[in-house]
Design a binder for this molecule. Structure first.
Ligand SMILES: Nc1ncnc2c1ncn2[C@@H]1O[C@H](COP(=O)(O)OP(=O)(O)O)[C@@H](O)[C@H]1O
Ligand SMILES: [Mg+2]
Length: 341
């Protein structure tokens, strides 16, 4: 690999240490992605610098000017604590004619807004659960087409924020209460969706015009008690001890007929295109028992930790971690940004 100057952008509290020695499991969890990516970039012999970005771009601009990185490895997910400003930082890189890894600003903006994302999917003829949105301050009038059970989530947040067993509601009273809770707790538009029982499938993708797809992954709910809804709550997603105890976690999807596998992968491609994604992403699905497939959401710039599903599904395709990080860098360097033409 050609040696490149790579500037890694991270949240200032997530600058990883040089080694894991003496760190608690809890600390490691915080900057696992940052540590893994930096270690891989160094393993690839790149010249790596890490820059924390909180609420100013002054230092970033000075570094772009003075050090002239070949590529920015973008691990930022917010600016000044505001998640919807994530795309603005990437837009800034684009204005500076700076190559970067991951998704372009437009794709980020479209996919991160769950409502806009669903509207675009519907317009492209891609199935997504029927939905209704309620902004804070407005009253809930549930359209009759929506059939219980429903799930209530935030239209803006990700990483399963606000997703708990109580998110699945079985009647109007429960729905009202959960919407009120989401408004009060997160101040976000509440997104009410039809609850789709079935298998939860993920497709990791890498590339721009013709992205490649990795083997279909499935969130296994293991020995989760039958009384509980099989959803990726905050607990299920992040509590490693709990995952371990119940055998919960994403694995390669087994016993899916070949036809179903191709359907999932081709729908993932359609969604990637409809949302104008680039770089790398993970598209999430629910597949009902009758085989009907629904896109739950698209995640541009998904979690890149070595142990998370993006990297593990790439590994199943024979792309080990360092190689994957190298390909993400190469994709960023080759991205046909508008300023190039
Ligand atoms: N319509 C739905 N039907 C069934 N389960 C759902 C639905 N929407 C969300 N879920 C469950 O909730 C989890 C989190 O929802 P998601 O929309 O992916 O939010 P986040 O952005 O926080 O990951 C999903 O992984 C899935 O398990
Ligand atoms: Mg999700």
């Amino acid at each position: 690999v050609k040696k490149r100057r790579v500037l890694v952008l991270v949240h200032p509290t997530l600058i990883p240490p040089a080694s894991l020695r003496g760190r608690s499991a809890r600390e490691i969890e915080e900057w696992r992605v940052e540590f893994d990516v930096v270690a891989a970039l160094r393993g690839l012999r790149h010249d790596v610098r890490i820059l924390g970005v909180l609420d100013s771009l002054i230092e970033l601009d000075a570094t772009l000017r003075d050090w002239r990185p070949h590529v920015v490895f973008n691990l930022l997910e917010e600016f000044n604590g505001i998640v919807s400003y994530e795309s603005h930082v990437v837009a800034h890189l684009e204005l500076m004619q700076q190559p970067y890894t991951g998704c372009n600003p437009r794709g980020l903006m479209l996919a991160r807004d769950k409502l806009l994302c669903k509207q675009l999917l519907v317009a492209a003829g891609i199935r997504t659960p029927a939905f209704h949105a309620v902004a804070p301050g407005s009253v809930l009038r549930l359209p009759a087409v929506l059939k219980f059970p429903l799930i209530v989530k935030s239209a803006r947040d990700d990483a399963s924020l606000g997703i708990a067993q109580g998110s699945v509601v079985r009647n109007l009273a429960q729905c009202h209460a959960r919407v009120r809770f989401m408004h009060r707790q997160f101040g976000a538009v509440a997104l009410i969706e039809e609850y789709i029982p079935g298998r939860e499938l993920y497709v990791a993708m890498l590339g721009d015009m013709r992205p490649r797809t990795f083997p279909v992954w499935e969130l296994q709910f293991g020995r989760l008690p039958a009384s509980m809804s099989r959803i990726a709550t905050r607990h299920i997603k992040w509590d490693r001890a709990y995952q371990h105890r119940l055998g919960i976690g994403p694995r390669r999807a087994m016993d899916l007929p070949r036809k179903a596998l191709t359907h999932v992968t081709s729908t993932a491609r359609q969604a990637y295109r409809a949302l104008q994604l680039s770089g790398y992403a993970r598209i999430d699905f629910r597949m009902r028992e009758d085989g009907e497939l629904f896109v739950l959401e698209a995640n541009p710039n998904p979690n890149l930790a070595r142990i998370e599903d993006f990297a593990t599904s790439a590994a199943a395709a024979g792309i080990h971690y360092e190689k994957l990080i190298g390909q993400i860098v190469a994709t960023g360097l080759a991205h046909r940004a508008e300023w190039r033409s």
